[in-house]
Design a binder for this molecule. Structure first.
Ligand code: PSU
Ligand code: MN
Length: 345
């Protein structure tokens, strides 16, 4: 009993030492900068919420993306949190972008000149910055999770999760978001994944990666569906159900006390009044996926292409739902961070 407790303790201590050393190395480097506000909020235990930037560089056009960024940051503040928008500006990974950096990054959407940065791209873009090529990058869920962890941020709100693509059993197109959730202890709150992805295989993959996946039920009894972004129903049952932010925060807190490094995904269904009937979206999505295949959009170009076709083919209807659900996720993430801060006091 005593021996096993000693082993348990030593593993935890080693884990903490390792992550501190890593944090120190990168934090001291030229590649990483955390804003003063975010650094102070993390150090004093305030609720902080990460926000990603691929949605601005590869999702929404300029200047709509700036308006969305401002909307999300104010949703976080209005609910008692500190926003930390994360992205790569001039080859430097930044946590807590200021207004000028936000405009600098978001304005690349016009020319599509920023990189889409997930785990594999971080060393590349920072290294080229050192070599004199000052590139900009929008961080995906995967990239944003890594930088969140380094900054000490545990909660991250966004629109939709990447997943296993349809036909992924052959193409092996599986978003790096899923493996990241398996290895980085950050909680991602999104509206599930779009049904252009293979939702059952996505959930299988997350299970293999050891990721806790729960959907907010808000008083609904019994099993609930894992949501499909624009639609609250996917026909696929959520592995776990959580009722509210207090339950979500308790799970995050308990998991942080276990010797695990995996993340958590909480799905927040699109607000009822914005949910688009599944049948309406299905035909649009089928066509978008078909066009991506015909026009040869594979790899990291696939998701942005399919998303832009969905927008076009739905006549902009999807954009209204998209904006509403992201705002609702930013709010939900903040309320979870507020509850978590109470537990950590
Ligand atoms: N799904 C959406 N909207 C998005 C994305 C996914 O509904 O904006 C973005 C996110 O940044 C996500 C990334 O992390 O795309 C996943 O890209 P890929 O499928 O190439 O891994
Ligand atoms: Mn992919």
């Amino acid at each position: 009993m005593l021996a096993s407790r000693a082993v348990f303790k030593s593993k935890l201590v080693r884990g903490v030492r390792l992550s501190r050393a890593r944090y120190h190395d990168f934090a001291q480097s030229k590649f990483f900068r955390v804003s003063e506000e975010v650094r102070d909020a993390v150090a004093t235990g305030k609720p902080v919420v990460s926000l990603e930037t691929t949605i601005y560089t590869h999702g929404f056009p300029y200047p709509d993306n700036i308006a969305l960024a401002a909307l999300l940051e104010s949703a976080v503040r209005a609910n008692g949190g500190v926003p930390a928008t994360i992205g790569i500006v001039g080859g430097v990974a930044k946590v807590g972008l200021n207004a000028e950096e936000m405009i600098e990054l978001a304005s690349t959407a016009e020319k599509k000149s920023a990189l889409k940065v997930s785990r594999r791209d971080l060393g590349y873009i920072c290294g080229l910055g050192l070599a004199g090529k000052k590139l900009h990058g929008g961080t995906t869920i995967s990239g944003t999770m890594i930088l969140s962890e380094l900054a000490g941020i545990k909660i991250f709100g966004t629109g939709g999760l990447g997943g296993v693509h349809r036909g992924g059993e052959n193409s092996m197109d599986i978003s790096a978001d899923l493996t990241e959730l398996g290895r980085t202890p950050v909680t991602v709150i999104s509206s599930g994944c779009k049904s252009f992805l293979d939702i059952p295989r996505t959930l299988e993959y997350l299970e293999t990666e050891g990721v806790c996946v729960g959907t907010f039920a808000d008083g609904r009894e019994g099993p609930v569906d894992f949501p499909a972004f624009y639609t609250r129903e996917s026909g696929i049952r959520s592995p776990k159900v959580i009722q509210n932010e207090a339950e979500a925060a308790a799970i995050v807190y308990a998991q942080s006390k276990l010797p695990l490094s995996s993340g958590i995904h909480f799905a927040n269904p699109v607000p009822l009044e914005y949910s688009i009937p599944k049948a309406d979206m299905d035909s649009v999505i089928e066509e978008a996926v078909r066009l991506a295949d015909v026009e040869g959009y594979h790899g990291s170009d696939n998701t942005p292409f399919v998303l832009s076709k969905i927008k076009e083919l739905s006549g902009g209807k999807s954009v209204v739902a998209n904006r509403a659900l992201i705002e609702s996720n930013a709010k939900r993430a903040t309320l979870v961070a507020v509850e978590l801060a109470k537990l950590e006091q």
